[in-house]
Design a protein around this ligand. Structure first.
Ligand code: ZN
Length: 161
């Protein structure tokens, strides 16, 4: 089922998501995450963005579809600056530095160990989604003065919804 996207300043976007230990029922959650991501035309979605504080994300980029549970970046290489948007921060696009190449370890939806190598947009999306699991948002990369302005703007926007 398509879920509502949590929009800044919703508190859940700032919480550190919890490690998944129990895999029963997780399939439904992941199904909801895909449906929500496609409906809102995102390239990635983290569980906290639909109000679930669990360490799970889905992503589709570079012709790959990926579900990861409890992901951990174990290797990073290079750095690249590119504009990023976020479904939880409507109308905000910011240049964010990300590693070009990453290796990530975690579990799939069945709880089996997986290791993923990614570059290009997929690498960027994974880093963005893992930030969500830590309660980090793109506005945190902006200069303090710009960040204050953006936060004000977003709160204003949210009030008008
Ligand atoms: Zn996001």
């Amino acid at each position: 089922m398509v879920q509502d996207i949590k929009i800044f300043p919703d508190y859940i976007l700032r919480e550190k998501a919890k490690k998944v230990e129990e895999f029963s029922g997780i399939e439904n959650l992941i199904e909801d995450m895909w449906e929500t991501m496609y409906t809102y035309k995102g390239v990635g979605l983290a569980a906290p963005q639909i109000g679930i504080g669990k360490r799970i994300f889905v992503a589709e980029a570079e012709k790959r579809k990926l579900v990861m549970v409890n992901p951990v970046i174990i290797h990073k290489e290079g750095e690249e600056l590119m504009e990023e948007g976020c479904l939880s921060l409507p109308e905000v696009y910011l240049p964010i530095p990300r590693a070009i190449f990453i290796e990530v370890e975690g579990l799939n939806e069945k709880g089996e160990k997986i290791k993923v190598e990614a570059e290009g947009l997929l690498s960027r999306v994974i880093q963005h989604e893992i930030d969500h699991l830590e309660g980090i948002l793109t506005i945190d990369y902006a200069r303090p003065s710009k960040r204050v302005k953006l936060e004000k703007l977003l709160k204003e926007l949210n009030r008008r919804r």
